[in-house]
Write a protein that binds this ligand. Structure first.
Ligand code: ATP
Length: 517
């Protein structure tokens, strides 16, 4: 880092020494001690000459702006607030070394999570640019607390890659406009007026609505900061952490393998700590869970931060989800707060996490509402890949389970129960059961039947009937997941878009901008 962290002032001093002072005696130069022992050179007045050569340009500074607030977790990283300016000094890996130029850490150097900053003056630094935001998420964000009519964002359009959309909140409703590109690189919402940059377009429609439903107001509020890549820059590669850095605060629950606690890492960072009860199972099985989780990274999957495996009980440190398991969340709520719209959205989030696993050729093997965790704003993440295994694609697309394995029968596909054949398609079956749990606010599937009865009736084609208050379209998706032939079941990718576009299956339906004069 040394050459790259040399500050501009020091470089200037060296430049002055080599360019201006070479013909001066040391008596002509005063050297004043500066804070932290750095020297500063001051030329005496009677010797200040014009430089003999023009100053070479200083190297451009690599300037970034913070997109979210971040509170330092170690002595080596920087706290900052959204909007603070930072100079990147070393951009290696997911944690960059930077100097803060403004804000609470001004003039300090330290590590920052790279996904919390964007290059200054770039589109990504604009507070209204939400790069990878789906239509459904844009609506959720705009409709959430803190946004008023006129709140807006510009995002990449899902239906046509490379196209942009403008989403605007208008009296409790979100309207979407296509932002089209001109061949010469300009942008327009209506052909009547085009702009060289998106910034100009935003500026223009912030001053008058000119055919938009409403004049643009404040940029949409961001719901939550993304997960950092690991807990800190030095746990990324060294994920075995010291047990003394973890303080267990409160027991959250008890699972098959041990207890789960709310904990605090390094006295700064809330985490969840899963402990492995000794003698209960082979610790290697637990460690295998950790190894798998570590490689999987997606906004709808619980992130593994670190482990403590050198002593027992083993700790597995993950992100903390404020509202616990989806099952408890649904059962507690029973529809008081959660509307059908929320239920569809929660199912869509689980499908998104599972679509990622599908893409990675992993199978979960224990997908159920008890293994989905809920954060703020109904954010759902798939957890417990305890039974998942790396799955190499072969002709069968199945995983042969060990003899004598126990299954959560009511969630498990018939071919998995009867022939130990697990595949991503048996996860799809489980997903159908999870949809049932969501729509019934956490009711036990097949409520009047025992496990044994369920195993008996499934081969003859018996399926759960449509629950009360469950719309047919939603039920039909569940039924698709329970097709007898696993090849006939949808992929998670299909389930994801069906649920994300549930209320608006025609994704090309945009507010009619042609009418803008
Ligand atoms: P199993 O051990 O069969 O997977 P389980 O999923 O209920 O069963 P755990 O994953 O051990 O068991 O979790 C037990 C409980 O602890 C959960 O029901 C949930 O309420 C809580 N919990 C687990 N992980 C977290 C987390 N990351 N954040 C917040 N709460 C959690």
């Amino acid at each position: 880092l040394a050459p790259s962290v040399m500050d501009i002032g020091q470089r200037f001093v060296l430049w002055v020494r080599s360019h201006c002072c070479h013909d001066k005696s040391s008596a002509d130069i005063e050297t004043k001690p500066k804070a932290k022992g750095k020297d500063i050179v001051v030329l005496k007045n009677d010797h200040v000459d014009a430089p003999k050569r023009p100053l070479p340009p200083l190297p451009p500074r690599d300037m970034y702006v913070a997109l979210y607030d971040y509170t330092a977790r170690t002595a080596d990283d920087l706290s900052f607030r959204a909007g603070d300016r930072l100079e990147a000094l070393n951009k290696t890996g997911p944690w960059w070394f930077a100097r803060a130029l403004t804000g609470i850490s001004a003039n300090k150097e330290g590590f920052v999570p790279a996904n919390y900053v964007a290059q200054e003056e770039s589109l990504y630094a604009e507070p209204w640019y939400f790069q990878d935001t789906k239509r459904v998420d844009a609506e959720k964000m705009l409709l959430s607390e803190g946004n008023e009519t006129g709140a807006f964002l510009i995002r990449q359009c899902e239906s046509q890659k490379g196209e942009l959309s403008l989403s605007v909140l208008d009296n409790g409703k979100v309207k979407h406009y296509k932002v089209r590109k001109l061949d010469n690189g300009g942008y327009y919402v209506s052909t009547a007026k085009s702009f060289l940059t998106l910034k100009e377009l935003v500026q223009y429609y912030s001053e008058n609505n000119h055919g938009l439903c409403v004049q643009l107001g404040e940029p949409c509020k961001k719901l939550e900061a993304p997960q950092t890549h690991g807990l800190s820059y030095n746990t990324v590669d060294h994920w075995e952490i010291s047990r003394s850095s973890i303080k267990l605060l409160k027991k959250l629950g008890t699972g098959q393998f041990g207890e789960v606690y709310e904990g605090l890492w390094n006295g700064t960072t809330p985490v969840a700590v899963k402990t492995l009860r000794c003698g209960n199972m082979d610790p290697n099985d637990f460690l295998r869970e950790a190894q798998i989780m570590k490689k999987l990274r997606h906004s709808k999957l619980i992130q593994l931060y670190a482990v403590c495996t050198l002593d027992e009980p083993i700790y597995i440190i993950t992100e903390l989800m404020k509202n616990g398991s989806l099952l408890e969340y649904l059962q507690k709520d029973k529809g008081k707060e959660l509307q059908f719209h929320d239920q569809v959205e929660m199912a869509a989030q689980v499908a998104a996490g599972m679509a990622y696993l599908e893409q990675q050729n992993y199978i979960h093997r224990d997908l159920a509402a008890r293994n989905v965790l809920v954060g703020e704003n109904n954010i759902c993440k798939v957890a417990d890949f305890g039974l998942a295994r790396v799955f190499k694609v072969d002709n069968e697309n199945v995983y042969e389970a060990k003899e004598g394995s126990k299954f959560p029968v009511k969630w498990t596909a018939p071919e998995a129960i009867n022939a130990n054949k697990f595949s991503i398609k048996s996860d799809v079956w489980s997903f159908g059961i999870l949809m049932y749990e969501i729509i019934t606010f956490g009711q036990m599937p097949y409520p009047t039947m025992s496990n044994y009865q369920v195993i008996q009736v499934l081969p003859s084609g018996y399926r759960m009937s449509c629950p009360a208050n469950c719309p047919t379209v939603f039920y039909n998706i569940m039924m698709d997941c329970w097709k007898e032939n696993d090849f006939d079941r949808p992929t998670f990718e299909t389930l994801q878009w069906k649920l994300e576009d549930y209320f608006d299956l025609d994704v090309t339906s945009y507010a009619d901008t042609n009418r803008i004069p």
